[in-house]
Design a binder for this molecule. Sequence first.
Ligand SMILES: *[C@@H]1O[C@H](CO)[C@@H](O)[C@H](O)[C@H]1NC(C)=O
Ligand SMILES: *[C@@H]1O[C@H](CO)[C@@H](O)[C@H](O)[C@H]1NC(C)=O
Ligand SMILES: *[C@@H]1O[C@H](CO)[C@@H](O)[C@H](O)[C@H]1NC(C)=O
Length: 450
Amino acid sequence: MDLSTIFAFFFGALLLVLRTTIAFDSCASSKSKPDNADLSLIPIYGKCSPFTPPIPKPSSSYSWANTVSNMASKDQERLTYLSSLVAQKTVIKVPIASGQHVLNIGNYVAQVKLGTPGQLMFMVLDTSNDAAWVPCSGCTGCSSSTAVFAPNTSSTYQSLLCSMPECTQASGLSCPAVGSSPCLFNQSYGGDSSFSATLSRDSLTLATDVIPNFAFGCINTISGGSVPPQGLLGLGRGAMSVMSQCGSHYSGVFSYCLPSFKSYYFSGSLRLGPVGQPKTIRTTPLLRNPHRPSLYYVNLTGIRVGRVNVPVPSELLAFDPNSGAGTIIDSGTVITRFVEPIYNAIRDEFRKQVKGPFTSLGAFDTCFSGGNEDIAPAITFHFTGMDLMLPMENSLIHSSAGSLACLAMAAAPNNVNSVLNVIANLQQQNLRILFDTANSRVGIGRELCN
Ligand SMILES: *[C@@H]1O[C@H](CO)[C@@H](O)[C@H](O)[C@H]1NC(C)=O
Ligand SMILES: *[C@@H]1O[C@H](CO)[C@@H](O)[C@H](O)[C@H]1NC(C)=O
Ligand SMILES: *[C@@H]1O[C@H](CO)[C@@H](O)[C@H](O)[C@H]1NC(C)=O
């Protein structure tokens, strides 16, 4: 492994931890407000998906993830197996649904199977996370209303011991000198929660593909209420993510279509590999930030509201690997956030074109009478080489009674080092988003997958 790879793993590991550690102020307040209870949009910001990690600083607590990353990359057995498979011919299509009805969460879930025989799990789809983890049976603090993974009924499950070199080499993990204790690690999630898990391996079934010896965390203890009840599947660019653990099997290509967050069905899809991807799709270059190697950065160059180009100083949109500034596309954040001056400029132009008065609702500051919706302007994102005009359902969100419509975006909270714009899942409904790391491009096309 060369130095740059180690560097990439290291920062990937930092991000993994940091991203799930940062709390928004709005999390606590929106969760504790009982008067929000009649709104259909509660789960949207109730989830409080974290983003905008500050530029990472080294600390020993990240070492477990570093270890896991190294381990995954060294897994010759699995990589050899995967590369021995005949070239992919069929479309690998994993069903996706809004988590709202399935698990009462604001994120999207993929239907996968873990273990042998496969146990059905609805894991949160997260393009900015590099690891996978699931609550396991016997877990303390896990949701009692949903099934968890039962390792003892899987013939291929393996927990990894602390004494294994991969686990012990991490300075942050202290193993007893004698005996055989499991390789345990702790992680924060969603600002108000954390969990403790055992590093494990088992077969992961994605549609018809079985990925043997897939490394993931088997959760033993959860504190706090934000951990997704059936776990999380990281699709980021780091070493532990599904794409990395599958080596070249999927050629670094995947795409997804997220159905409406209101949809009841597993009608969306995660397509893995180049087979079955759209042939004609508009694309924009995929950018890589060595300090945040997990994230899918794109070059957002401007925003239009109706026919008006919103005046935004270009330096606020610019991709800057050193500061982390720029724009990412993320499936694990719920509401699109822009750095404050950009959001304010969009909001001000939007308000000019829609009849007020405007009120606030939870995370949203531009809500208006649903009767004025017809005159709401379309919002268009300009990327290098590609424009995306948001369908109206992706820029407005309604109170459950339908009396109010809100501009479904917000300013990045300024309690964190916020230089990052995040295009989140509410703005990606009924679009096919293609991530092609082999050709360094991201494609976006309209696709109804409700
Ligand atoms: C598996 O573990 C669960 C929870 O610890 C236990 O209830 C169950 O009996 C075990 N099943 C087998 C087959 O050992
Ligand atoms: C994880 O957290 C628990 C509870 O706070 C603690 O007892 C345990 O030592 C921690 N384990 C690791 C590996 O940090
Ligand atoms: C982003 O687009 C702007 C405007 O076209 C251009 O000046 C800049 O070089 C692009 N940045 C990257 C990283 O491609």
